[in-house]
Write a new protein. Structure first.
Lengths: 151, 446
């Protein structure tokens, strides 16, 4: 069994010029953790998801894993966070996507896919090896459903 | 060290002086260009010194200053444990609150806190802990973070100059000369206070007085809860207890007849014990392994390799030759030699790594003892070497590891640090600090 057999294709995707607000709406409406971002010609660019959205309201320095920063000393000001999120609505997805996430290919094996999904704790894009075109998305649910249906 | 070129044969019968010099120059060049990690370069250089026959293994091992290695490792372990308590984050948040949200007061206080922390900790560690929280505070105040990070770089290199343990060049100088923690404090801390005061004043004029914040931002800072920055109160008290003990140990090192390396390692072992007492064995192993993993092994192995390379050139007689030439060039005049060492160290340290430079200069200066009335006569040279090498690091973005560390943190947070803009601001400030040091060294020792 390869990824091709249980990926969602064609997937719902974002364009790099989409605004963060529009992307957030898609994520919330469809209850997706993330969505692939691809150019008009289908070339895959990265993933944009809930965590990228949440990162926009956090101090940038706190996102640096090496800093091991704790924000407990800040006053909990929800209106300031909401204001920050509101300002982020007009930013472009291209500037905030995750282009370091691993990708799968249609011919990737099941175990390989499960390992990547396990490591990423997220849905992953499936792209064509040669053309780098986005061909599908695979979530951990897809993998689990595919495995259960094999029994 | 006596020149002993005939003790064993070198590869192809090559002159050990040329061979060891070539290895040193190649290692320096490789360290400068940073295409290969500096620890790898130093270890390869050390290997070349042994394989080529400049030194045998016994001589190479004897060239490693284990007091320096122990002092570095011990302080790294102390910081690795105590930082988990959140004490450094607390200090930065406390500074912002005490400054009542005033940007210029915050700039000055953060410089003071950074300098103080750097005097007792590794500079890189200090900025690694201070810079991220500074960025968060600046973001809350809605002021540009660059001036805060820039001044923290300066403060870390300045503060580190004040004590034996503040900066690696001082650790090597102290270990090689037997100068104590108190000697460094008594001779360098006064001038460092003046340099720091001057830097705070200049940075206030350049940045501080221009920064304005609105009432809402000020209120946000005043609402900070510094106590919340502490993650682990018991660990904080244990860390402070051991850090105070270690500093008392450094101060009393002479009467106790203990080397700083032993004190730091003993302190690290005590803090490890206090942290893990009563925990199951398996947890202890896991946590101790994690703590040991935080030791900057690149720095430690860099030192090991470097000591062997320098021992090679020392053994081959290059450094005696250099000392002789330096004395000839300065006419054997202590004032000229001292000021030449101060300025050459500062200018070179702005471009090249100050650790290999100082490691090379130590035997050169030691060789001058006969010209200046014995080891006592070398004191102005040691202080000049330390001031030049440590303060010179402020001259360029690549002058010290702390500079690059802050630049990295800044870049990741969208606050770019570029070589030329940094140079244009920092180099004149570095020159000013060396000028102050020149006046101090001249008036006090010459």
């Amino acid at each position: 069994m390869t990824v091709q057999s249980f990926m969602t294709s064609p997937p719902l995707s974002l364009r790099p010029d989409d605004t963060v607000g529009a992307a957030a709406q898609q994520l919330i409406e469809n209850k997706f953790v993330n969505l692939p971002v691809a150019e008009k010609n289908g070339r895959y660019l990265g993933l944009f998801g809930v965590f990228d959205l949440l990162a926009l309201v956090l101090p940038k320095a706190a996102l640096d894993k090496t800093a091991e920063l704790d924000l407990g000393f800040l006053k909990d000001d929800v209106s300031a966070v909401q204001e920050q999120l509101e300002q982020a609505r007009f930013l472009k997805v291209r500037d905030h996507l995750d282009n370091g996430a691993p990708v799968l290919h249609p011919d990737s094996g099941t175990l390989e896919a499960i390992l990547e999904l396990y490591r990423a704790r997220n849905s992953l894009a499936v792209i064509d090896k040669k053309s780098r075109r986005l061909v599908g998305m695979v979530s951990y649910w897809d993998a689990l459903r595919a495995l259960m249906s094999q029994r | 060290m006596e020149v002993d070129t005939a003790s064993h044969a070198t590869i192809f019968g090559l002159d050990p002086l040329w061979l060891s010099t070539a290895i040193l120059i190649l290692a320096y060049a490789a360290i400068m260009f940073e295409r290969v990690n500096r620890a790898i370069v130093a270890l390869l250089g050390a290997g070349a010194v042994i394989v080529s026959g400049v030194l045998d293994q016994e001589q190479a091992i004897a060239g490693i200053d284990f007091n320096t290695i122990a002092l570095l490792t011990g302080t790294m372990l102390l910081v690795a444990i105590s930082k988990r308590s959140g004490v450094f984050q607390y200090a930065a948040v406390w500074s912002a609150k005490v400054a009542r949200g005033s940007p210029w007061a915050m700039l000055a206080l953060l410089m003071l806190v950074t300098a103080l922390a750097s005097a007792f900790l590794n500079n890189v560690t200090t900025v690694l802990l201070m810079a991220p929280v500074t960025l968060v505070i600046a973001e809350q105040l809605k002021v540009p973070p660059y001036p805060f990070l820039f001044t923290e770089i300066l403060a870390s290199n300045i503060g580190g100059t004040a004590t034996l343990i503040g900066d690696p060049p001082n650790i090597i100088i102290g270990s090689a000369t037997g100068l104590t923690f108190n000697d460094f404090l008594a001779n360098l801390a006064p001038v460092i206070l003046i340099v720091l005061g001057a830097q705070i004043a200049i940075n206030h004029l350049i940045w501080g007085r221009k920064m304005k914040v609105d009432e809402a931002a000020r209120a946000r800072v005043m609402a900070f809860k510094p106590a919340e920055a502490i993650n682990d109160w018991p660990l904080l008290w244990k860390s402070l207890f051991v850090l105070v003990l270690v500093i008392v140990g450094f101060v009393l090192a002479d009467p106790l007849q203990l080397e700083p390396g032993s004190i730091a390692m003993l302190g690290a072992a005590l803090l490890l014990l206090l942290e893990h007492l009563g925990r199951p064995g398996e947890d202890q192993s896991h946590q101790v392994h994690h703590t040991f993993g935080e030791v900057e092994w690149i720095t430690i192995f860099f030192f090991v390799g470097l000591f062997i390379i320098v021992a090679g050139v020392e053994h081959a007689g290059l450094l005696s030759l250099l000392a002789h030439e330096l004395i000839k060039a300065t006419g054997g005049d202590l004032t000229v030699t001292t000021l030449a060492v101060l300025w050459a160290s500062a200018l070179l340290s702005a471009i090249i790594d100050n650790i290999p430079f100082v490691a090379t200069m130590i035997p050169v200066i030691k060789d001058m003892a006969a010209n200046f009335g014995g080891p006592e006569g070398l004191l102005p040279l040691w202080w000049s070497l330390s001031l030049g090498a440590c303060l010179g690091g402020n001259g360029t973005l690549i002058g010290a590891s702390a500079n690059l560390t802050v630049a990295g943190i800044g870049d990741r947070a969208g606050v770019p640090f570029r070589f030329v803009p940094f140079l244009l601001m920092a180099f004149p400030m570095m020159l000013m600090s060396v000028l102050i040091s020149t006046a101090y060294v001249y008036l006090r020792y010459l």
